[in-house]
Design a protein around this ligand. Structure first.
Ligand code: DAH
Length: 342
């Protein structure tokens, strides 16, 4: 019985590879696989086999059947492909399947725009590490351990066995001021984009990860007038050539004096609207003259060189520019949002 099954299988395979047309293939199917075919007929004979032989016969029979079925399907696919190739049987006028096009993320778009403006006036671009030493993120920026300014930087600390409590996820891009001055002799003109992290409750205006762009210019004789001129040029390139700019006193430990920088509202021109919260002004960044302690910490002589620094948030710029109401949209991975920037 088993030998008959195996003989049948060999015969069927030979015949199958000899079949050349669809008619021949169908004839093969009727002969071997159909209900009235040879395999079925052979299997009827199982009934007369000794009961103890039946399980083995049944198993071999099933294997033969499965092998023939898959051989048949494979042959069928060969035929279909040959046929398509032979008569060019596909419609070349059908539109192709277009791959979905990605889009530049709105944050990156704005980051690039901002960097381009500064590059056009002589700044170069640098980057620094997101995992940072406490020293660079705070101490060397004139923020010692008990400084109240640390309260504004809710920090993700990173404990390592060798450095417990002295590494963190940078809370701002300002540590790059120190990193760059440490390895460069003045003059320095640089902008540094990157991710920063804060351990904060998330809401429409707060995320735990967002971007900043840091700027730094140090040379002999740099004054507040250079800061003002540079940032005015930036604001006009970014938000429109008629922009006016407003500086008001503020405090950041690593600059003195420190300022916040606002532009007159590009939506209402200063009359007051929803975007500027009726004030006519929109705050866009922090800035100031680099603190002598910071210059000294990197080995610069504050009696010889001076500089200005600034820091801004590209998501905030994007929210203003594109009218985005909720910062959580940026990193929520909702394609309906992201596709709008394609
Ligand atoms: N690092 C500040 C922050 O994260 C922003 C900032 C303010 C950067 C003033 C500066 C600056 O370079 O001069 O809030």
């Amino acid at each position: 019985m088993i030998e008959s099954l195996q003989a049948l299988q060999r015969e069927a395979h030979d015949e199958l590879s000899n079949s050349r047309t669809n008619d021949e293939l169908e004839a093969w199917r009727l002969r071997f696989l159909a209900r009235s075919g040879q395999l079925t007929r052979l299997l009827r004979g199982v009934g007369v086999a000794a009961p103890e032989d039946r399980p083995l016969i049944g198993r071999v029979a099933n294997e033969v059947k499965a092998a023939l079925e898959s051989a048949y399907e494979a042959r069928q696919r060969d035929f279909e492909q040959d046929a398509e190739r032979a008569n060019g049987d596909f419609d070349v006028t059908l539109p192709g399947r277009l791959p979905r096009r990605g889009a530049i993320h709105p944050t990156i778009r704005v980051v690039r725009d901002i960097l381009t403006v500064f590059q056009s006036i002589g700044f170069r671009v640098a980057e620094g590490p997101e995992v940072e030493w406490e020293r660079y993120n705070f101490e060397l920026l004139n923020i010692p351990r008990d400084h109240p300014a640390r309260d504004m930087h809710d920090t993700y600390w990173i404990d390592t066995p060798t450095n417990p409590g002295s590494m963190l996820l940078r809370t701002h891009t300002s540590p790059n001021q120190v990193r760059i001055m440490e390895r460069t002799a003045p003059p320095v003109r640089v902008v540094v984009p990157g991710r920063v992290y804060r351990y904060e409750a998330i809401d429409a205006t707060h995320e735990t990860m967002f971007f900043q762009i840091e700027g730094l210019a140090v040379d002999r004789g740099i004054t507040m007038a250079d800061l003002k001129g540079t940032l005015t040029a930036f604001a006009r390139a970014m938000f429109g050539s008629e922009r006016r700019i407003l500086f008001y006193c503020s405090y950041f430990p690593f600059v003195e004096p420190g300022v916040e920088v606002a532009i007159d509202c590009f939506a209402c021109g200063g009359a007051g609207c929803r975007i500027c919260k009726q004030s006519g002004w929109i705050e866009i960044m922090g800035a100031g003259m680099v603190h002598p302690n910071v210059l000294r910490a990197v080995g610069y002589d504050p009696d010889v060189v001076s500089g200005f620094a600034f820091g801004m948030g590209p998501e905030r710029v994007a929210m203003l520019k594109y009218g985005i109401q909720d910062i959580r949209l940026f990193y929520g991975n909702d394609l309906r949002f992201l596709r709008q920037f394609a």
